[in-house]
Write a protein that binds this ligand. Structure first.
Ligand code: NDP
Ligand code: 8X3
Length: 250
């Protein structure tokens, strides 16, 4: 039987590219809040594989658990979890940042990832070849000015990846932490609250990663033999050497 992957944040960027990349070999459970995009994905990828969509906000603990519980027994046979949903909200000094933005990043990037993991892991334990991917960031490994809370949220993801890897050893669950550098997605549009011009500037003057580059890394980790666990991948564009160190030719 085909294996099943559960992807959060499948309605855009890295999550959507991962859904497309894995569709030929996996059944898909695709999650997000934008129903129209979930419907479009169901139409597109339903031509290739079996697809179920779940609409919930990862911040809402009871919605997360009830979405997973509502899956049929057949769809609860989950083999792979991709914890990808997340964003930066704002770019400002810690003292001036909007406290609601800071709360959103902790609630989505950290608490949301915990809720989804807690809801799905009981089913992963029943899989023969279970695997969790946590999408962290270079921001989880290095702090940059104006990004304290986003960086803190991703540093928490780094710790959660390590901690899950320890605690889930008895169940044979592989845990792969992926820390991308700059990937051109809707990420900066969200960070700058729809200011497309400002978002575009983030990726001007160099060749940023595209979402498919990260999807390819997930696919690579999944293709390893059963005894091989890719623990941690940091993936930069060629022009990047650190969180804010990007060589631009403008
Ligand atoms: P996008 O903005 O393109 O995608 C973010 C996804 O997360 C969307 O599908 C969105 O779906 C979902 N999401 C956001 N908030 C919530 C929520 N409250 N509940 C449920 N789903 C939510 O960004 P990326 O694809 O770039 O980001 C994916 C991950 O990669 C994030 O964790 C990000 O931090 C990380 N990352 C991104 C980098 C980059 O440069 N782009 C670099 C390093 C890491 P919807 O709005 O439909 O709910
Ligand atoms: C997203 C990319 O540049 O904010 O994690 O670290 S960055």
């Amino acid at each position: 039987m085909q294996r099943t992957v559960f992807i959060t944040g499948a309605t855009s960027g890295i999550g959507m590219a991962t859904a497309r990349k894995l569709a030929p070999n996996f059944r898909l459970i695709l999650c997000g809040r934008r129903q129209e995009r979930l419907d479009d994905l169901m139409k597109e990828l339903g031509e290739i594989t079996d697809v179920v969509t779940l609409n919930f906000d990862v911040r809402e603990k009871s919605a997360v658990f009830s979405a997973v519980e509502q899956l049929s027994d057949e769809w609860k046979k989950i083999d792979v979890l991709v914890n990808n949903a997340g964003n930066a909200h704002g770019l400002a000094t810690f003292d001036e940042a909007d406290i609601e933005d800071l709360e959103a990043m902790i609630d989505i990037n950290v608490k949301g990832l915990i809720y989804v993991s807690k809801a799905v892991i009981p089913y992963l334990k029943l899989s023969e070849n279970p695997h969790i991917f946590n999408i962290s960031s270079i921001a989880g490994k290095e702090v940059y000015p104006l990004g304290a809370t986003y960086c803190a949220s991703k540093a928490a993801v780094e710790s959660l990846s390590k901690g899950m890897r320890y605690d889930l050893l008895p169940y044979g669950i592989k845990v792969t932490n992926i820390a991308p550098g700059a990937v051109e997605t809707e990420f900066s549009e969200v960070r700058f609250k729809g200011d497309s011009e400002r978002a575009k500037q983030v990726y001007a003057g160099f060749e940023a990663l595209v979402a498919d580059d990260i999807a390819a890394a997930i696919d690579y980790a999944l293709q390893q033999p059963g005894h091989v666990q890719i623990a941690d991948l940091t993936i930069f564009p060629k022009a990047q050497a650190g969180g804010t160190v990007i060589y631009k030719t403008l």
